[in-house]
Design a protein around this ligand. Structure first.
Ligand SMILES: NC(=O)c1ccc[n+]([C@@H]2O[C@H](COP(=O)([O-])OP(=O)(O)OC[C@H]3O[C@@H](n4cnc5c(N)ncnc54)[C@H](O)[C@@H]3O)[C@@H](O)[C@H]2O)c1
Length: 437
């Protein structure tokens, strides 16, 4: 990644396209509409709520993040998307039952005007859902062309200067990269041949890349994290980010695990279970779809604790993750974690976490930050994987030769230092010797 010579200033409208306008998508849109009318605070959003320290501690320079870097203001955002159900964003938000009518009623007209475009959807990748609002196409190459037309028409109709896209669609079945994902040429052949390892979300990612639209993935599917997409992203100078939003239990894991490691305590086991009753929970009730999520959730501990560096403390960890679909809870997930930790001379101890969270309330601000930073990255001339955006994700994209960075606090430092570096400010090492010389 080269330091930008110049960051193109934002101007005009920024379109945010969401394939999948369900609980996360509509909670995000509704929150922005409310915030810009002064009817709600965008709590949980780093770009809107957090500050960034610049220079020495004695300089006392601490602007808000969105005053330090040139991000699109909330007033300039325009929303669109696709779904396999025809409900508009108001109806979908009512169905998702995340927000109460006191929040949805004042913005009913604005939300109702956001109607999803027909989806590119083959049900074999999400077996539990049966939507009717879907495109017909002869092959996957044609599906990509139809999505490209949708993007262009959305941009023109809404007078957008720029567009970014965040996949907020359902978790798809677990797919490993195959030779079709190796190069642009192989992938384009695969599209024409309806290759089964090209899923729905990959069609959206490909259409975005072809249109020069920055793309992020909020779910754990294989969507844009393969060599062919990276090659096309570089060719088209498009930034990519992902994947799987770091919200409830995994967020907690990336807070607690670095704490255990920092104290040189051992870990014998970590059992995590959840009950969740929204549509995402229903989709994840299918073992093939859960496998995709499980893969994303399990990878976190290994990379934080590095068992190969310290087998005595972390060489034999029993790590289990369960998600149970339990309709009465809707979007209000309850998670239980049991950690068996080990102290001085091997004496065992336990930590229990009972987290009563609201899934989409935690996810929505991340979608906002991701969209705004993707746009910044694109205006800065960045392309391909944006590792500095790891902070937002459970399975952060990374260069092939390095491990992903999962520690939330390292991710935060990486993100803020990248912003300082982009803006010609000193990166902060936390050495602090200058105060004592
Ligand atoms: N809520 C969280 O905290 C959280 C955290 C991490 C990741 N995620 C991921 O975000 C995604 C969305 O979660 P959600 O709770 O909004 O789920 P949801 O089921 O409410 O919404 C997903 C929407 O995607 C639509 N969809 C599925 N396939 C599609 C396609 N091919 N094209 C267009 N639309 C399609 C569905 O019809 C549905 O409306 C899931 O993959 C979930 O795992 C959510």
């Amino acid at each position: 990644m080269r330091k930008p010579d110049q960051i193109k200033p934002h101007k005009g409208k920024l379109g945010i396209l969401l394939p999948g306008m369900g609980a996360v998508g509509t909670t995000f849109i509704a929150g922005v509409l409310l915030a810009r009318r002064g009817l709600g605070e965008p709590i949980g959003s780093l770009t809107q709520m957090d500050t960034i320290r610049l220079g020495k501690r004695t300089d006392k320079r601490q602007p808000k993040v969105n005053e330090f870097v040139d991000l699109a203001p909330l007033a300039d955002l325009v929303f669109g998307g696709w779904d396999i159900f025809p409900e508009n964003a108001y109806e979908a938000a009512v169905h998702a039952a995340v927000l109460e009518s006191k929040h949805l009623d004042p913005i009913k007209d604005e939300l109702s005007a956001i109607v999803p475009m027909k989806a590119a959807f083959d049900p074999s990748y999400v077996k539990r859902l049966h939507g009717t609002h879907v495109k017909t196409y002869a092959d996957k190459a044609e599906a990509v062309e139809q999505l490209r037309t949708d993007i262009r028409e959305f941009k023109e109709k809404n007078g957008c200067d720029r567009v970014v896209c965040v996949w907020t669609g359902s978790t798809e079945i677990h797919i490993l990269p195959t030779p079709v994902h190796e190069s642009v040429k192989a992938f384009e052949e695969g599209l024409k041949n309806n290759d089964p390892s090209i899923s729905n979300s990959q069609l959206y990612a490909w259409a975005c890349l072809k249109e020069g639209v920055a793309y992020a993935n909020a779910s754990p599917n294989l969507s844009q994290d393969f060599p062919a997409a990276d090659e096309l992203a570089r060719e088209m100078q498009v930034p990519l980010a992902g994947k799987d939003l770091k919200t409830g239990q995994t967020w907690m894991k990336t807070v607690l695990a670095p704490g255990i490691k920092a104290k040189s305590l051992g870990l014998a086991g970590w059992f995590s279970t959840n009950i969740l009753g929204n549509r995402d929970g229903e989709v994840l009730d299918d073992p093939d779809n859960f496998k995709t999520k499980e893969h994303s959730k399990l990878s976190v501990l290994d990379s934080i604790l590095q068992p190969e560096q310290n087998p005595t403390l972390y060489g034999n960890i029993h790590h289990k993750v369960r998600i149970e679909y339990y309709p009465p809870r809707g979007d209000q997930k309850e998670g239980w974690d049991n950690l068996d930790i080990v102290g001085w001379l091997g004496y065992p101890m336990q930590i229990k976490v009972n987290f009563l969270c609201r899934d989409s309330i935690l996810a929505a601000p991340l979608v906002l930050d991701i969209a705004l930073f993707l746009d910044l990255a694109k205006r800065s001339g960045f392309q391909g994987v944006q590792e500095w955006m790891s902070f937002f994700f459970k399975s952060p994209l990374h260069a092939a030769e390095v491990k992903p960075e999962h520690d939330l606090f390292v991710q935060m430092m990486k993100l803020k230092n990248t912003l300082r570096w982009m803006m010609d400010e000193d990166v902060i090492s936390h050495l602090g010797h200058e105060y004592y010389d």
